[in-house]
Design a protein. Structure first.
Length: 295
């Protein structure tokens, strides 16, 4: 059962992070490449140069190599995902992978390149195709058809590594049934579990789906906003992580390092220009999450 952190914010991973995760009991990490979207400066890895057949900026590829090597050397099982705000249809964007065949083809070529590059990397555990799809006007079946097509693209190169897919409407746990596919047996299902007012309201949907289809469900992102002394938020987090343990549900906490200075949002570490290394840790949150990592 996979338990670990997201290295969710591009370029924030520090040399000691992988070892610290392992020491705390983690066995996995989720690593992004962001491609075709609007984020902070120099986060989008897309290279518009038509002569670059990978469609990935070289500097971004170098950093991804380094990040994956850090996790692999520590023995952390890696889930590699490619995020695309534009491609997934975030914010109601009409130009997405369901409507733009040219960009969809480039996305296929991105994945073909990545699979060839990393399929034999030790501890490369899974490929997560595209998180949080929400294309306007596209049904659950149309989202599933996109994933099915992408599974075929990956399986043309790698028939072994598990593939992660999730439901429409931003990986909504309530729509897991619509994500179920029969095109490949090596599929891990996922959904988002950001914690709000009713922290345990999605557990039954996850376990019912898992039981109905005899498939694994892993939570790609679980997290909650909260200051270091926010007792209410911490109790909700304990409730959810405890329920995951009780029900055998793996998870990745969102996120380990935050590319921002707000101490009361997501993240175990946040940027602090007054700190010796530029980072400030929310010690109470680190202790809480680390306490649920060991099997």
């Amino acid at each position: 059962m996979l338990r670990g952190y997201n290295w969710g914010h591009w370029g924030t991973v520090q040399p000691q992070d992988a070892g610290n995760h392992v020491a705390a009991g983690a066995n996995s990490v989720r690593i992004p490449l962001r491609w075709w979207g609007e984020w902070k400066d120099d986060v989008d890895s897309r290279d518009p140069d038509p002569h670059n057949l990978s469609h990935i900026k070289q500097g971004h590829l170098d950093l991804l190599d380094k990040t994956i090597d850090q996790a692999s050397a520590a023995g952390l099982w890696i889930t590699l995902f490619v995020d695309s705000d534009h491609g997934q249809g975030a914010g109601g964007r009409p130009d997405n992978f369901w409507t733009n065949p040219e960009m969809k083809q480039q996305f296929k070529e991105v994945w073909q390149f990545l699979v060839r590059r990393y399929k034999t990397k030790p501890y490369l555990g899974a490929f997560e195709i595209l998180p949080e799809p929400k294309p306007v006007g596209q049904s659950d079946g149309q989202v599933r058809a996109f994933y099915d097509e992408m599974i075929g693209v990956i399986r043309g190169i790698d028939r072994r590594t598990p593939i992660v897919v999730g439901p429409n409407d931003n990986y909504s746990c309530s729509r897991l049934e619509g994500a179920h596919t029969t095109v490949d047996p090596k599929v891990i299902y996922t959904c988002n579990y950001f914690i709000f007012e009713n922290p345990l309201n999605r557990i039954k949907a996850i376990t019912d789906f898992r039981t109905a289809h005899d498939v694994p469900v892993w939570i790609n992102q679980v997290g909650i906003e909260g200051c270091n002394d926010d007792a209410v938020a911490k109790q909700k987090a304990r409730d959810v992580l405890g329920a995951f343990d009780d029900n055998g549900i793996g998870w990745a906490w969102w996120t380990y390092r935050l590319n921002g200075t707000n101490p009361c949002t997501h993240g175990i570490y946040y940027l602090d220009p007054d700190a010796p290394d530029g980072w400030q840790v929310k010690k109470a949150w680190r202790t809480l999450v680390n306490g649920y990592l060991a099997a």
